[in-house]
Design a protein around this ligand. Sequence first.
Ligand code: ADP
Ligand code: MG
Length: 238
Amino acid sequence: MNGLKITNVSKTFGKTNVLKDINVEIADGKFLILVGPSGCGKSTLLNIIAGLETATTGSIEIAGEDVISRDPKDRNIAMVFQSYALYPTMTVRGNIAFGLNIRKVPKAEQQQIVDRVAKMLRIEDLLDRKPAQLSGGQRQRVAMGRALARDPAIFLFDEPLSNLDAKLRVDMRTEIKELHQRMKTTVVYVTHDQVEAMTLGDYIAVMKDGIIQQFGTPSEIYNHPNNMFVAGFMGSPS
Ligand code: ADP
Ligand code: MG
């Protein structure tokens, strides 16, 4: 295994129980989708994995190590959000190299990493531009590039495509899938879009009201939904 193990994770905000005894385990290199309607707890779970939010109970293992009490920066994760959060005054190169710079990776090595990542994402020609000179899809690629450059043990995505138009969303979906096939990094990807879930996931966890309703491969979930909610949400044939 050694990818990601979530054990008995729960989370309360005040009196509200937003995650209830979450258990999920995926092997190294697998692509896990967390899907479900707005407010079901997807981002909260992702943020707990990232260390941006503390769990009320439970444990998180990343690459075989218990990380629950570790700082976000010591969890060897990279996160891509819905909004790109690029540094507007820096070039694309500077944005991608940002984390490397902080970790004092030598300049020559930084350059090599940026060039490799840029090639992978097909943004080699954009390295000297500023974010304002990029389209939405290009910016999202740069944000992914910055995450990739760090060579994390796990990638966390929170609805990374939901600000893009429909055509671009489909293109980026294909790119993310191809990228994963090449990189083989463990991924947890949050979406409320069942098509995205079906096309990207090795495994899907369907969530509702802080509970995992079903965990399985896309075809298991789609063809053999556990309950009416999963069937309805995933659009399974009746
Ligand atoms: P999703 O990402 O699936 O839309 P979230 O994880 O963002 O859902 O939210 C799950 C529930 O937790 C929601 O009811 C939301 O209002 C609540 N929630 C999220 N963050 C906080 C917070 N910081 N304080 C209180 N309630 C929160
Ligand atoms: Mg969310």
